[in-house]
Structures are given as C-alpha cells and as structure tokens.
Design a binder for this molecule. Structure first.
Ligand SMILES: NC(=O)c1ccc[n+]([C@@H]2O[C@H](COP(=O)([O-])OP(=O)(O)OC[C@H]3O[C@@H](n4cnc5c(N)ncnc54)[C@H](O)[C@@H]3O)[C@@H](O)[C@H]2O)c1
Length: 282
C-alpha cells in the first residue's frame, strides 16, 4: 500500500499573485488583505478612506516589504474603479485576483426609500462589481488564470427584515457570479461568491448600535445561529482565499455560506451554550 500523499502548502498559496480587494480598509476586506499577504500575494487595498488604507498597507509592508498599496476609490464610480485597477497593474505589474467586497447596508422599509437611495445602494453593492470586472478582464485574461470573488451575504438567499434594497443587491450578486462564471471560463477565469452570516465588523456594529442595547441585540440574533457565535472577519477571509487559489480548482459559479449554520435551520431553538461559545479557539 502506498503512503498517503503529504500535504505541502509550499511557500504560500498566492505566491507571485496580485490581488485587488475593495473595501479593504476595515472588516472582512482588511482581513482578506492580511491573509493574502501572509500567503505570498501583493495586494491593492482599495477603498474610500485612503488614510486608513495607508495605515493598513504600512503595517503589511513592515512585515513583507512592497506587499501592499493603498488606493483611494469610490467603487460606485466607473472612472475611479478603472483608475484603481490601472494603478494596481502599474504598481505590481499584473493582476490575478479581484475581490469585490465593498458594500453597505441601509435599514428601512421599501416605501421609505427615495429613488436616489435605491440607486446609490445598487451602485455600491452591485454595479461596482460590473465596473471592476469590466476593467479587470483584460488583465485577468492575460494572467491565464483569473479569480473573481464576490462577497454576498446570507441575504443572498433569504430576506431579512427592513433591508429590502440590501437584500435585492445581495441576491443579484449570485446571478452576476453565475453569469461571469459561464461567460469567462473559456478565458481561464473562475468566479465564485462568499456569503457571510453575522460577522464582527464595523458594518455589524453600525447595524446594532442603533438598538437601545447593542450587546443584547447581538445575543438575540445569535440565538438563531446553531453554533451560537458570531464569525470573525478572518473566518470569512479564509473562504475568500479558498476561491482565490487552486485549492478551489474546478469550482466556479457557486457560493459558500460562512454562517455558523444560520441557513441550515428552518426553525431553530438553541438548548444552552454550545462548545463554540465555551471555547472559541480550542
Ligand atoms: N458583517 C457582516 O455581518 C456581513 C454579513 C454579510 C455580508 N457582509 C458583507 O461583507 C462585505 C464587507 O463588509 P464588512 O462586514 O467587512 O463591513 P465593513 O463596513 O467593515 O466593510 C465594508 C467596506 O466597504 C467600504 N465601502 C463602502 N462603500 C464603499 C464605496 N462606495 N467605495 C469603496 N468602498 C466602500 C467601506 O469603507 C468598508 O471598508 C460587504 O459586502 C457586506 O455586505 C457582511
């Protein structure tokens, strides 16, 4: 009997690769940038808050000189997205991975939205992905293997109260992901979607802080989660990494939910603390 094949991660799953990550100045995007650098990539941290991006880039560059560059970009502007992609290629010489992570949530009922609010959320959460893909495509094709990861949500699959436009955008992202996967496989490009559940980022707290007791509101939401815990940005970043390298060879046009079991349950009533709550890091 032959010995089982040894797992050998090599010098890094992303050695030699270049990634453009939107919304990389906080939360999931910042965690993905850090993980990507650890795995050998060079990354463009793309976001509106240049000062914050520069701070994160400086930290990453202290660890791996030349690994990160912060770029100012409002992803709802086609010209700004195109400029940031051009600057990425100028800085690093190539582009292999596009992570469409920037997004925002707005709370309200549909009849309360103005047309401008609807258009704005659609532009930031979905149209931005069209802009990024359109302008990255020639480079992804030139790389011979291109990876596109779109960040959806559990709201890509189910509705959540008082977030009608956000839910619409996150459902649309699944359709866009599948379409890109079909039309661009011929060019060596794979496209997949990561769908986070309740993740401890500034976005989550923005959402919770409007409640009278934010901690209690979080605990209440976690009662719907079989694992009973919120996710860390790194939990989600690991799924983004999976779709951005050959660990997911053969996978395209699909999605991965990282949600502590949230979507597995039609109904759920937890029975006391879970092992994940008792010891988050065994
Ligand atoms: N945190 C959660 O519980 C959760 C759950 C499901 C999905 N998500 C998704 O994860 C993604 C990342 O969010 P996060 O949780 O890390 O929150 P976050 O607020 O930390 O990150 C969102 C990032 O997008 C950036 N951004 C927003 N509008 C932008 C614009 N117009 N141009 C450029 N950048 C812009 C923000 O500045 C920020 O850096 C989002 O797409 C979000 O919808 C988050």
């Amino acid at each position: 009997m032959s010995a089982p094949a040894k797992f050998s991660p090599g010098p890094g799953r992303l050695a030699g690769r270049v990634a453009w990550i939107s919304g990389a100045t906080s939360g999931i995007g910042a965690a993905a940038a850090e993980l990507f650098v650890q795995e050998g990539a060079r990354v463009a941290l793309v976001g509106r808050r240049l000062g914050l991006g520069r701070k994160i880039a400086a930290r990453l560059n202290r660890r791996v000189p030349g690994a990160a560059r912060a770029l100012a970009c409002d992803v709802s502007s086609e010209a700004a997205v195109a400029r940031s992609l051009k600057a990425t290629v100028q800085a690093f010489g190539r582009l292999d991975i596009l992570v469409n992570n920037a997004g925002r949530v707005e709370i309200g009922e549909l009849h309360q939205y103005s047309e401008a609010q609807w258009d704005r959320l659609m532009a930031v959460n979905v149209k931005s992905m069209f802009f990024a893909f359109k302008h990255a495509f020639p480079r992804l094709r030139a790389a011979r293997r291109g990876y596109v990861v779109n960040v959806g949500s559990i709201s890509s699959f189910v509705g959540q109260a008082r977030t009608p436009v956000y839910t619409t955008t996150k459902h649309a992202i699944l359709g866009l992901t599948r379409s890109i996967a079909l039309d661009y496989a011929a060019h060596g490009i794979r496209c997949n979607c990561v769908c986070p559940g309740i993740t401890e980022t500034p976005m989550l707290w923005e959402h919770l802080n409007v409640r009278p007791d934010p901690r209690a509101a979080l605990a209440e939401r976690l009662r719907r989660v079989p694992m009973g815990v919120s996710l860390s940005p790194l939990d989600v970043a690991k799924a983004i990494l999976y779709f951005s390298c050959e660990d997911s060879a053969g996978v395209t046009g699909t999605s991965l939910t990282i949600d502590g079991g949230y979507l597995a349950a039609a109904e759920w009533a937890g029975d006391g603390p879970t092992a994940f709550q008792a010891s988050p890091h065994p």
